[in-house]
Design a protein around this ligand. Structure first.
Ligand code: JFZ
Length: 437
């Protein structure tokens, strides 16, 4: 008896400490909460991997994969001259695709800054004949078109001498075997300050590369506080493949739907933050001149739908060419997705994951009392779902509006679908329900 009471008292003390801890975490201010909701509603973004590496047409890891030493890569950087770069054309393509945000590599692992920076000469304005700041031009175009801009920023650096001690990568670039880690982190903070002050309000920072040195002290709390102080509504999207850490705003999954781990490096743990899936359109992030393994429009729409059904966004990548143009294969697919969204967008934008979790045949999304059933891959006329949590008042095809007959039972609902048309990516059935039962 005494022992039980003691155990109970002990448990209460532990719980109280836990609650106190949780309360001690800085509350998330209203503008950032609103930005997170905006992000959840956005559902579709365009990822852009573009830099000095694009010139070699072998992806953004070419410096590491080919063991290119720093002086040789610096020469490559000095030749970068994307004369056909046109921010207006890029954003027009993004608009045609129906994306709500763009996430672009402001700096990748090669350490080359694709923006004007005062803290290193190794940047596109000071190092190349191009001498323009493409981030500035994009920021202006995005603002004019109501698209939010996020900056991808690599914490890993294969060029900076102070990236020391080295992590898993960047060992063959010929840097001195010494360096000052804290000075490197000061450099990161200085660049982030520039990105958060010189480009107007931005969507946030998409961090990558921490996985190169998972056990190092990255001073994350300080860097995150700096970002949120400079722009209280900017979101922090970390691609560290771990469970979310304090002050992060989005949980992102690389090449995988939320919670899946086919890529082998994502965590399966899903937290309460908004979710995002990043995906290559072919098999490369940065421009790869021989990679023609582009996913079909049907597959890409399938990813968008399944991401939404998993309550997440799709961040779909393109790797523009070194002259600044986007490959026709990518432009064509982006337009096709945009065309589809013009009809079906209301079953995607502003929705949340639906009452039936994703299935092999498709997914469900919902907005208020409306449930959208997305049938991606199902050959039969009749499709049975488990209960959708409310009575169905009416079922109809989103496109065309014809009624769909249905039979409700204790076990769920059986829909009789119109026959699939060849090549149709998704049959969307709108279920109007009487609210949650
Ligand atoms: C990272 C980058 O390395 C890559 O270049 C691209 O930008 C992508 C979006 O993000 O991809 C990774 C990161 C870590 C591993 C693999 C791919 N990893 O730890 O195996």
């Amino acid at each position: 008896m005494r022992l039980t009471q003691l155990t109970r008292a002990f448990a209460i003390v532990i719980c109280t400490i836990g609650v106190a801890r949780a309360q001690n975490a800085a509350p998330v201010p209203a503008e950032r909460l609103a930005a997170r909701e905006w992000f959840r509603d956005a559902k579709f973004g365009m990822f852009i991997h573009w830099g000095v590496y694009s010139q070699l047409g072998q992806g953004e890891w070419v410096m590491e994969n080919r063991g290119i030493p720093i002086d040789t890569y610096e020469w490559l950087a000095s030749a970068f001259n994307p004369i056909k770069f046109d921010a207006h054309a890029w954003v027009a393509t993004a608009r045609a695709a129906g994306v709500k945000y763009i996430t672009i590599t402001a700096r990748h692992h090669d350490g080359f800054s694709m923006f004007a920076t005062k803290v290193t000469r190794y940047n596109i304005v000071d190092w190349t004949p191009f001498a323009r700041d493409p981030m500035k031009e994009l920021a202006a175009e995005c603002r004019a078109n109501g698209i939010k801009l996020f900056f991808y920023y690599s914490q890993l650096d294969w060029h900076h001498p102070d990236y020391w001690p080295r992590g898993r990568t960047g060992h063959s670039t010929g840097r001195p075997e010494s360096g000052n880690w804290n000075r490197y982190l000061d450099f990161l903070d200085a660049q982030l300050t520039e990105l958060l002050t010189n480009y107007g309000p931005i969507g946030g920072i998409w961090f990558d590369g921490l996985w190169d040195k998972p056990d190092a002290d990255w001073r994350l709390a300080k860097t995150y506080a700096l970002i949120h102080r400079l722009q209280p509504a900017a979101l922090i999207v970390p691609n560290h493949h771990e469970a979310p850490k304090p002050d992060e705003d989005v949980q992102t999954f690389e090449q995988d739907l939320p919670g899946a781990n086919t890529a082998g490096f994502n965590t399966r743990e899903i937290g309460a933050l908004p979710l995002e899936t990043s995906l290559t359109m072919n098999q490369s992030w940065g421009f790869n001149i021989t990679d023609k393994k582009f996913k079909s429009v049907k597959e890409l729409i399938g990813y968008l739908v399944r991401a939404a059904g998993n309550d997440g966004n799709l961040l779909l990548n393109i790797g523009p060419r070194p002259d600044g143009t986007i490959q026709p294969e990518a432009v064509e697919r982006l337009h096709a997705i945009g065309d589809w969204l013009r009809t079906y967008g209301r079953s995607i934008y502003g929705t949340r994951g639906g009452p039936v979790s994703p299935r092999s045949w498709g997914a469900t999304t919902r907005r208020a009392d409306t449930v959208f059933v997305h049938v991606l891959d199902w050959p039969d006329r009749s499709l049975s779902l488990p209960p959708v949590g409310a009575h169905i008042v009416r079922a109809s095809m989103l496109s065309g509006g014809q009624a769909v007959s249905f039979v409700e039972s204790r076990d769920g609902v059986t829909l009789t679908l119109p026959p699939p048309t060849t090549g149709e990516p998704d049959r969307v059935i709108v279920l109007e329900t009487s609210g949650r039962s």
